[in-house]
Design a protein around this ligand. Structure first.
Ligand code: SF4
Length: 331
């Protein structure tokens, strides 16, 4: 399968996870994102299992990611007014950057700030909740051949060693056939294997657990070091702000060839000119086949198929909001 097809597969896995997480065990409130991780390791699909009440409290801080500098301020902001240098833990870098982050956080309404005797003081608006329960990394490989299996085994091994995620999985397509057992045996035993069959589109029954994962988190009674905990929260925040439908932000839904197609219960981008799922890279401003949607399209409240870019973005945006409502409701 080509890298293009892998992009399409990744979107289907994301939608499946949204519908069915956690496979084999029954639903857990979770949000799904794609292409996230650290400098050293980028995961294809990331599932963040959440506590619904704490997730609702997180939503009160708005829709956007709270980045690492802002997290330092938001998590440390006290209940009563205090000078920011007294209130916040030493950042390990110059305070002037923290001051900037305080202004930024106040500008986004995440905290309150005021100036007293020429000092910047801050106070929290609400406590930042402990909303992340577990982080699950999924590698997507629709066609598992020898070289892909070797690469994946290395990557999953890395996940097992770092313990940044609570669990790691490989998702691979079976289309009714058995996955090659010899290749699967080479995966680290700790990694789960999800055997998908998306030939009929995506729904909650479109995958089976071929191998159950074991937890990668700290042993009972132990904790992760604070640096790892912070990194995990940063990943979860990026997942929250980005989700997996953000492809519409970089692709060209305003091109007349751009469509959203149904694959069962998933909507995936489709290029009618190239007759395939375009990757983010090719569906961009430099695409030679780009053709702007005719202006008169914009005047007609177009439905999902083939309509103007704005309408498509709105559809994806609404879906994301609906998912957030569902998670908050504990589904
Ligand atoms: S023609 Fe190019 S810009 Fe238009 S939808 Fe296809 S890939 Fe995207």
């Amino acid at each position: 399968m080509t890298p293009d097809a892998e992009f399409g597969y990744e979107l289907l896995v994301c939608r499946y996870a949204e519908l069915a997480w956690r496979p084999g065990e029954g639903p857990r409130p979770s949000l799904v994102a794609r292409q996230l991780g650290t400098e050293k390791r980028r995961w294809d699909t990331v599932v963040i299992e959440v506590d619904p009440a704490a997730f609702a409290a997180r939503r009160a801080f708005g829709d956007r990611t709270i980045d690492s500098d802002l997290l330092h301020v938001v998590r440390g902001a006290p209940a009563e007014w205090a000078w920011y240098r007294d209130a916040l833990p030493h950042p390990g870098y110059p305070w002037r950057y923290v001051r900037r982050a305080v202004h930024r956080a106040a500008g986004r309404d995440l905290i309150e700030k005021r100036r007293r005797n020429n000092r910047i003081e801050l106070r929290r608006k609400r406590p930042y909740p402990d909303w992340v329960e577990r982080i699950v990394a999924i590698e997507n490989k629709p066609d598992l051949d020898r070289s892909a299996a070797d690469r994946l085994a290395d990557q999953l091994e890395h996940d097992v060693e770092t313990g940044l995620a609570d669990e790691a999985w490989l998702a691979t397509e079976t289309t009714g056939e058995r996955v090659e057992p010899a290749l699967l045996r080479e995966m680290p035993v700790e990694a789960g294997i999800l055997a998908t069959d998306f030939s009929g589109g995506v729904d909650a029954d479109a995958a089976d657990v071929a191998w159950h994962p074991s937890g990668l988190g700290p042993a009972e009674g132990e904790r992760r070091d604070p640096e790892t905990e912070t990194l995990r929260l940063e990943i979860a925040e990026r997942a929250y702000g980005k989700g997996w439908r953000s492809f519409a932000d970089t692709m060209r839904p305003d091109c007349r060839h751009f469509e959203l197609r149904r694959e069962g219960r998933a909507l995936v981008p489709y290029c009618a000119a190239k007759e395939k799922v375009p990757t983010g890279r090719e569906c961009s401003g430099s695409c030679p086949s780009f053709s702007p949607e005719p202006p008169q399209w914009r005047t007609k409240g177009w439905p999902i198929e083939g309509g103007p870019g704005k309408g498509l973005k709105l559809v994806l945006h609404r879906r994301r909001e609906r998912e957030r409502d569902r998670i908050e409701g504990g589904e």
